[in-house]
Design a protein around this ligand. Sequence first.
Ligand SMILES: NC(=O)c1ccc[n+]([C@@H]2O[C@H](COP(=O)([O-])OP(=O)(O)OC[C@H]3O[C@@H](n4cnc5c(N)ncnc54)[C@H](OP(=O)(O)O)[C@@H]3O)[C@@H](O)[C@H]2O)c1
Length: 354
Amino acid sequence: MSKIPVAVLGATGNIGQRFVSLLQDHPLFELAALCSSERKVGGRLTDYWRLDDASLDPAVGEMELQPLDPRVLVRSDVAAAFSALPTEVAGNLEAEVARAGVGVFSNASSHRLETDVPLLVPEVNPGHIALVERQRTYKDGGFLTTNPNCSITGLVLALKPLADAFDFSEVHVSTYQALSGAGYPGVASLDIVGNVLPFIEGEEEKMRREAKKLLGTLQTTVVPSPLDVWANCVRVAVREGHLEALSIPLQEDVPEAEVARVLSSFRGEPQRRKLPTAPKRPILVRTERNRPQPLLDANAGEPERARGMAATVGRIRITDRNLRLLVLSHNTLRGGAGGSVLNAELARRRGYLA
Ligand SMILES: NC(=O)c1ccc[n+]([C@@H]2O[C@H](COP(=O)([O-])OP(=O)(O)OC[C@H]3O[C@@H](n4cnc5c(N)ncnc54)[C@H](OP(=O)(O)O)[C@@H]3O)[C@@H](O)[C@H]2O)c1
C-alpha cells in the first residue's frame, strides 16, 4: 500500500506533537504539512518540541509551519488531516478542510455529537465509520470523523466487553485526570501543586453523552445506548494517564475471575486487521493490588508503535453484586492522537481513504 500525504492541524500543541511523533515514520501515512496558529507560521516545529518521551525526526523538525488554509492542504495533495485544534476554532476550520476534499480525523469536541459524524473507538464501534457515507456537505472524498474526550476512551474500552457479557444499566465513575489533558500551558502551577481540583468544566456531561453514542447501535443514525454513566471528574498533579475508579451494580451473580477473563480476552477489529497502531491486547488485566498506576502503566501496549494504546485494568472486586475496578489509559495517546491515528488506519483499510 502506498503512503497517503497527511497534515497535522495544530501541530505545535500537546496533541499535535503526539500526532507528529506517531506519523513521522508511519507505514500508511506520510507527513506533508504541519499547520499552526498565525503567530507561529513560518517557524519550525523543532523550536516548539516539548515531548520528553518521543524524539522528533530532524527532517520533520525542519518543516516550515503552514497557515491553516485548505488551499495549502490541496496544494500539498493532502488526503487526510489530523486535527488537534482547540474546540473554539475546530468547528469551522475542520468543516472547511473537509469541504476541500480532505478526510478529517479530529480530537476536538465540536462535531462529536452531530448525527452524521462518527464518534469512534475502533475496538468498540468500528461499524459507525459508515456514517461518513451520509455526510452530504463534503464532496470529493472529504469527510469528518472524531474520537471521544480523553476520559472516555479507557472507560468504553472496558465497558464494551463487560456490557456484551453481563447485565447492568448504570456505571458510576470517579476520575483522576492528568494535567496534559488540559493542554499547554494548562492548569496554573499554583492551583495544582500539592492540590486536587474537584471540577473540570463540561467533563462529566461529556462522559455521559459520548459513552451513549459510542456504545449505541447504528441504524439510520446512532440509537444511543440505554447505559447511564454517572461521573465525578477531578484533576490531579500527574503528567500523563487518566486513572478511573468504576463501580457497576450488576443484575446477576458473576465471579471476579470471569470479569478478568472477559476483559483480558477482548479483541476488536483493529486487532483482527492488525492495524499498525493497534495494541495486540487492548486491555491488560493486572492482579497486583497496587496497579494500575500512571507512572508504571500509562505507556502499556505492544508492539512499540502501540505504546500507550492499551488500557490497564486492576483491582477487580465484586461485593454484593457490585463490581468495582480501576482503569488507566494514556490520555494524549490512546485518548488523543493515537485514537485518531487508529481511526484513520481503520478508514484506510475499510476503503474510505484512497
Ligand atoms: N490533551 C488531551 O489529553 C486531549 C485528549 C483528547 C482530546 N483533546 C482535544 O484536542 C484538542 C487539542 O488539545 P491540546 O491539549 O493539544 O491543546 P493545545 O496544546 O492548546 O494545542 C492547540 C493547537 O492548536 C493551534 N491553534 C490554536 N488556535 C488556532 C487557530 N486559530 N488556527 C490554527 N491553529 C490554532 C495551536 O497553535 P499555537 O501553538 O500556535 O498556539 C496549537 O498547535 C482540543 O480540542 C482538546 O480538547 C485533548
